[in-house]
Design a protein around this ligand. Structure first.
Ligand code: PMV
Length: 348
């Protein structure tokens, strides 16, 4: 029996400029470019081991110890692409073992609680693509592979990299120019920190694919966002990262989170991802920034109520200290949210 094996990891990525809207649902082509910042590369990641053998009878997946078949349309599309690239190598090199037709066994494991409400599909698809590409010894770059991961789950393309990543939306109908590129590695800005506030570990009410379609089809504000707002913001956010301008980065991150949740609210019927605790966190970060007379922290929320807070190391004790003070002492609820109108409470 011959078995070939390879392993790879991929991180969960958090968008600071949100992808929301598809111009092609099958290829997952977006209506706007986006940016993510991944600082918790090792804390929140998927580890995937891919193996292939002439004796395997089916493509099979073990996800966090549970067995699944690999039959979803999106997964099949990714596997077909990878097998085709391997086949091309085999056709050009008669010495290479002919493994592109063999079945695959995939073992995948998250090192964070799957129930934490954090998007795990991005890390999952990215780790799947990168482990199989390693197994097949494909020469393609991470950017090239990101086009395959994108077909699995749009935002997965950004998880092929850590650090600061841009997903260029592209213009072509076949998606060949819709790929992730590195803006800067994590080491470029070692002072940048992130903290995740898990507000709820429930599954999101409206899955991202159906939410996006509702917004694309019904929101007027959405057209303004993708045409008038995001193109400039994409350039400005990349520059703020390259120049390590935290205040600019924070302003753009906050504004983009607000803009994304506004188009959700402008959808018909409206989509609500933020809850009262999320709104309390927004108030808290605004309070911190106002108190300091400059932006020392930024919040962002994906398609759910959980927050990611970005700040510089020099402000860590102030940011985390306040969050700890509030959330350790306060049992969150509507009454407390109302109390936050009295912002002086934070100083006590
Ligand atoms: O890739 P999806 O279908 O999980 O959509 C991700 C959508 C957001 O998380 C809200 C934004 C983003 O860019 O990641």
């Amino acid at each position: 029996m011959v078995v070939y094996v390879a392993s790879s990891t991929a991180p969960v990525n958090i968008a600071t400029l949100k992808y929301w809207g598809k111009r092609d649902k099958i290829l997952n082509l977006p209506t706007n470019s986006s940016i993510s910042v991944t600082l918790c590369q090792d804390d929140l990641r998927t580890l995937t081991t891919a193996s292939t053998s002439d004796l395997f009878e089916n493509d099979q997946l073990w996800l966090n110890g549970e067995i699944h078949s690999l039959t979803s349309e999106r997964t099949i599309m990714c596997l077909n692409d990878l097998r085709m690239l391997r086949k091309r190598l085999e056709d050009n090199d008669p010495l290479l073992p002919k493994i592109s037709t063999w079945k695959l066994h995939i073992v995948s494991e998250n090192n964070f609680p799957t129930a934490a409400g954090l998007a795990s599909s991005a890390a999952g698809f990215a780790a799947l693509i990168s482990s199989i590409s390693k197994l097949y010894q494909l020469p393609q770059s991470a950017s090239e592979l990101s086009k395959i991961a994108r077909k699995g789950s749009g935002s997965a393309c950004r998880s092929l990299f850590g650090g600061y990543v841009a997903w260029e939306m592209g213009e072509l109908d076949n998606g060949e120019d819709s790929k992730a590129v590195e803006v800067a590695p994590k080491s470029h800005w070692p002072e940048m920190k992130a903290c995740i506030l898990v507000v709820s570990d429930h599954k999101k009410d409206v899955p991202s694919t159906s939410g996006m379609q509702l917004t694309v089809n019904t929101s007027d504000l959405f057209q303004y966002r993708i045409k008038q707002v995001v193109p400039n913001r994409f350039i400005e956010m990349k520059n703020s990262i390259i120049e390590k301008n935290f205040e600019k980065f924070a302003e753009l991150t906050i504004k983009d989170s607000n803009s994304f949740h506004s188009v959700c609210l402008d959808s018909y019927p409206p989509i609500f991802y933020l809850n009262d605790t999320s709104k309390m966190i927004i108030k808290l970060i605004n309070y911190l920034n106002e108190k300091n007379g400059k932006l020392i922290a930024a919040y962002t929320f994906d398609a759910g109520p959980n927050a990611v807070i970005y700040y510089l190391e020099e402000h860590e004790s102030e940011v985390l200290g306040l969050l700890y003070k509030i959330f350790n002492k306060v049992k969150i609820g509507w009454e407390n949210y109302k109390n936050l109108n009295k912002l002086s409470n934070f100083d006590n």
